[in-house]
Design a protein around this ligand. Sequence first.
Ligand code: AMP
Length: 195
Amino acid sequence: MSARLVLLGAPGAGKGTQAAQLAKVLNVEAISTGDIFRANIKGETELGKLAQQYTAKGELVPDSVTNAMVRDKLTSMVGDNPKDLGFILDGYPRNLAQVAELDQILMDLGVTLDGAVEITADNAIVSERLLKRAEIEGRADDTAEVIAHRLTVYAEQTAPISGEYASRGALVQVDGIGEVEEVTARLVAGIEQLG
Ligand code: AMP
């Protein structure tokens, strides 16, 4: 049995870092929709050109586009035995419609989700981290204005997802403040409580 998880948390909560850590520990692939969009933008593909119009403003890329991308990716990963499919989704789902679509994708593939793990962090701290990351990585969507909008989009569209997984008894929350390894250990302990 492989781990099949959704990683939740505000922009700047450390999802990308922790998804990579967990992928190593759990020996599954981390799938970041944000990374896939950025790779397409860099490669100037049709998907990239479309996605850039939204990512640059801190808006969500339309569900039809994002859902199809995730469906293709997960479908391409399924081998002979669907039960061996393992993944950590980083940045998807990002609204309730995407939660429903993920349910459908997994049902079509014949697997279930273990649950969702959420990295919690104070708003002031995530804003500060994002501004610091902007200096280091130079991400196009890490300007003060776009960061503020991404946090609003998160609060309005993405935060309600936690309640949805909680109502299914499939959510664990973990404090995201601390050293990387400390937070990873908390996540691993939390994941053991799921399923
Ligand atoms: P991230 O790296 O996860 O912060 O994502 C960067 C940007 O990619 C977001 O601000 C969105 O514009 C877009 N994006 C990433 N994941 C999704 C998603 N699940 N649905 C819609 N847009 C997304």
